[in-house]
Design a protein around this ligand. Sequence first.
Ligand code: URP
Ligand code: ZN
Ligand code: ZN
Length: 459
Amino acid sequence: MRTLIRNGRVVTAVDDYVADILIESETISVIGRSLDIEADVVIDAAGKLVIPGGIDPHTHMELPFGGTQSSDDFFTGTRAAAFGGTTTIIDFAVQNKGETLTQGLDNWHKKADGKCAIDYGFHLITTEFEDGDEHEMKSVMDRGVTSFKLFMAYPGVFLADDATIFRAMSAAGTRGGLICMHAENGIVINEIIKRFLADGRTAPKYHALTRPTIAEAEGVHRAIRIAEMAESPVYIVHLSCKDALDQIREARDRGISAFAETCPQYLFHSIEDYGEDFSGARFVMTPPLREKHNHADLWTGLKMDDLQVISTDHCPFCMKEQKELGIDDFSKIPNGAPGVENRMALIYHGGVVENRISLNRFVELTSTAAAKMFGLFPKKGTIAVGSDADIVVFDPNGETKFGIENEHMNVDYSSYEGWELKGRVETVIQRGNVVIQNGEHKGAAGDGQFLKRGTCVSF
Ligand code: URP
Ligand code: ZN
Ligand code: ZN
């Protein structure tokens, strides 16, 4: 099948020009001016941006967590991603304590197989890693899972001690693997939580007050220093504040391979959103929302490449029955929020429309950088001859109306209810197939393929 996208403004991380794009089967085969070629499908993109499909390298579909499970499954979550202009996710598989890395990965394949609406890869949450487990790491890397998430938070669930972190980083470092770190001092945080609960401070806002920015900064600092000793790169996930960003900047200025992502919630929301009552549970996520003054620092970090990627940390739980598990105790509220559908429109508006980043940088932060960081480039993350035809036709003059009426994530609230922002995802093409058009999903469960990823090329 041949698809021709005519007269669009093609924007990649480095290019910006008007052209026609011919897609043959799943890949881009010709880019040129006024192409005189017959096609089965012709899309008029005059006046529109034609950008690479978004890559969201941080999602949690069907994650058992906090006594329940995140409410999007691999179909509903990936379909919602497509509606929002994201054509690839990298989800976090889990090695539960007592399991091998291989068992964790096998379990996630069973959950996702035949369900995804867009292409997907996995990182592997690593809760245990002993000397001698290097062959396990090699084996999952050979299966295309080249990045591993370790946690300094959630004692008793996911937390890995410094010895485990050092062993895993050493093993990853010698094989070209990448350790992704949830950097927060969970041990100290737990002590603070105990004090708050003993004082009867149980409302959602105390989730934020028990997780100070210095607990995150300490985690980032420790992660970087352990990575240096292990001679390994490190990628900090969901970085939320200036204190933590300062640690990244300091390390990068010394030439250390320290990378980090932030997420829209830390750019658009703040600690005030918790309010006083239980409705603040919708923003209970870790790290928590921070003071507003952090927004400007994070945007500067994105502009100056101290932050390389914007992901979502999509981990939705319904208010009803799920967040309500913590109605009397904020520490029992399942941590996480929806967002996989919202990212591209939010960052276009907050970044490009509001003049904080260029259009090229918008593409880089939402697609290209993740492709390079996680071994998918140039198959994904750009518009070039030979690349997968994952393309979004984006209307810069359209409008996105946020809210559960218009969104497709399987959750009973939107973090951006009632917001109306400039810019709209119009048509989404995944490997040559139109999957979103006129506000409708044209694809099916199972359209998405598992991506065997290579290693990071961001150094
Ligand atoms: O609150 C969050 N972030 N939930 C998802 C799990 C994680 O730590 O990324
Ligand atoms: Zn995390
Ligand atoms: Zn996460």
